[in-house]
Design a binder for this molecule. Structure first.
Ligand SMILES: Nc1nc2c(ncn2[C@@H]2O[C@H](COP(=O)(O)OP(=O)(O)OP(=O)(O)O)[C@@H](O)[C@H]2O)c(=O)[nH]1
Length: 526
């Protein structure tokens, strides 16, 4: 026991256990950071080495001496590898090769020649002393890393002391071998006092240094993350308040946050919005689609009808994006597109409607009749088609002016609209010529309908037109049923022929294609 005069070694051991515990805790807490795993493994290795060496001094068992040396060398190598990893450099595997090689050579010699040799001790110590040089250079080079500077200084100095002392030990080994001194037991040799009194404590200081260095980096990084998180939250807030769109954060389909844009769009204040189910922002007609979008988790630019508390429903476009943290959270963006929709309707109106009478124009009618014929073909419905031409319209223009002529056209279109069903199509083909498509209507019913229009027109009081002047029209009627060619041009041609026949027969009559004339000319209107 008297050999245990290596008191600094015991003190170093205590410190090392404390650092090993700290490094282990650091490793468990901070997996993404490079280094702590190495510090932990290095510390425990070194502790193992020292414990074995104490065992050797107490018992004199040479195996424990070998294990002690192995533990020290492994601890040192792992520690140095950790510095490379911490600095973001590739691991220098030559350090591992040199350490393992030295240990193998040392052991072969120890067991083959049954003893230790001062020369081999010299070689072993020289290698161990040179290993930290590259790591020391790395620590010096990283002078721009101001965050870890104090701890880096401590690590660098500790490694330097360790190197110098270990190299001195090596030199003493060579000297002993050169002078041919008899081999001494390690604890009797001054060359052993050096490492265990100075080199091991220096390595312990190094471990304290790297642990501090890691903590400094973690603290600096978490401070930077906190600043970044604050800045990003501020940016998000600014974005939310600057956006003219309504933005809401939803959790389980309930609004948990909303910007001022949404307050303006819905007329609800923040307190009313928070906690409101998102369905409360939309009209009843949009609820089914909204539920679909919410259930599918996200949607881009879909039109819905939102509701303003005071002004009622308005067209909006929504984008729903999942936030993606598995908490059923999503962001709803809502844009008012009522202005856009109004323009769209206006354009649509211009493209499909006759500007004077508001009836369909020819292009829209052509599209409509095709789809109606297809539908009737599919469901086995019949239909009737009429071409109507106002009689002596030129005279109205000539006698009462073009404006009155316009009024007559408008009044006629109005009369038709009042008598037609919503599924029927009415179009102005130009001038005073109109067409009507009557769905699920046979010839007899079509006759009745046209006569109703004729009677209604006759009874109308048209601005600019004397009450004595009755507006009349002629019409050509065609019936179509499933199985007939689904050809709108053919229908038009046949209806035109019937109209021509009506005009030729004295006007003010309805002639059905392929049928005898039904309507006799009325009395003279002028
Ligand atoms: N006021 C007005 N007149 C129009 C418009 N489009 C065409 N017209 C006029 O409608 C008249 C059509 O005359 P015609 O084709 O001779 O037909 P009509 O006088 O009705 O004679 P019939 O059809 O044979 O009974 C022309 O004088 C055109 O200038 C319009 O938008 N407004």
């Amino acid at each position: 026991m008297s050999q245990l005069y290596f008191s600094p070694m015991l003190l170093g051991l205590c410190l090392l256990v404390a650092v090993a515990i700290a490094a282990t805790a650091l490793w468990r807490m901070s997996r993404p950071y490079a280094g702590p795993g190495f510090w932990m493994a290095g510390c425990w290795s070194l502790i193992g080495g020292i414990v074995f060496f104490i065992g050797f001094m107490v018992t004199g068992n040479p195996v424990l001496n070998v294990l002690g040396n192995a533990g020290q060398l492994a601890g040192e190598a792992i520690f140095l590898l950790g510095i490379f990893r911490f600095m973001g450099r590739p691991l220098p595997w030559w350090i591992v090769a040199a350490s393992v090689g030295t240990m193998v050579a040392f052991n072969i010699h120890y067991w083959v020649y049954s003893g230790n040799s001062d020369f081999l001790m010299g070689v072993y110590s020289t290698i161990a002393g040179l290993l930290p040089m590259q790591a020391i250079w790395l620590l010096i080079k990283a002078r721009n890393d101001t965050v870890t500077r104090p701890a880096r200084l401590l690590v660098g100095l500790s490694l330097l002391v360790y190197s110098v002392v270990t190299l001195m030990r090596g030199a003493l080994g060579y000297l002993d071998w050169w002078q041919g001194k008899p081999y001494q037991m390690p604890y009797e040799s001054f060359s052993y006092l050096l490492p265990y009194n100075f080199a091991i404590p220096a390595l312990v200081m190094g471990f304290i240094g790297v642990t501090l260095m890691t903590m400094q980096r973690i603290l600096a990084q978490s401070e930077r993350h906190a600043v970044e998180a604050r800045q990003s939250a501020e940016r998000f807030e600014r974005l939310m308040s600057a956006s003219t769109s309504g933005v809401a954060i939803l959790r389980d389909k309930v609004i948990t946050d909303a910007n001022t844009g949404l307050e303006q769009l819905t007329g609800l204040n923040r307190d009313q919005l928070l906690g409101l189910p998102v369905s409360g922002l939309f009209s009843a007609s949009s609820q089914v689609r909204l539920r679909g979008y919410l259930n599918q988790g996200g949607v881009r630019q879909q039109d819905l009808l939102a509701v303003h508390r005071d002004n009622g429903p308005f067209d909006c476009e929504i984008t729903l994006s999942p936030i993606g943290n598995g908490e059923s959270q999503s962001i709803l963006e809502l844009r008012d597109i009522s202005h856009h929709k109004a323009l769209e309707n206006q354009l649509n109106q211009l493209a499909t409607r006759d500007s004077l009478t508001g009836t369909l124009n020819r292009r829209a009618f052509d599209t409509g009749i095709r789809s109606e014929m297809e539908r009737c073909q599919r469901y086995g419905h019949n239909l009737s088609f009429a071409v109507i031409d106002l009689d002596h319209f030129k005279r109205i223009n000539d006698q009462y002016g073009h404006g009155t002529g316009d009024q007559v056209l408008v009044a006629f279109a109005e009369c038709c609209r009042k008598n037609l069903r919503s599924t029927d199509l009415l179009a102005r083909f130009g001038g005073e010529e109109f067409v009507i498509l009557m769905v699920e209507t046979d010839t007899a019913a079509a006759f009745q309908l046209l006569e109703r229009i004729r009677d209604a027109l006759a009874g109308l009081d048209i601005p600019g037109l004397p009450a004595t002047h009755t507006v009349r029209f002629s019409a050509g009627l065609v019936h179509w049923q499933p199985g007939d060619p689904a050809d709108p041009e053919r229908l038009m041609r046949l209806a035109d022929q019937a109209l021509y026949s009506a005009k030729r027969s004295g006007r003010d009559q309805i002639v059905a294609e392929g049928q005898p004339r039904r309507q006799q000319p009325a009395e003279a209107d002028e």
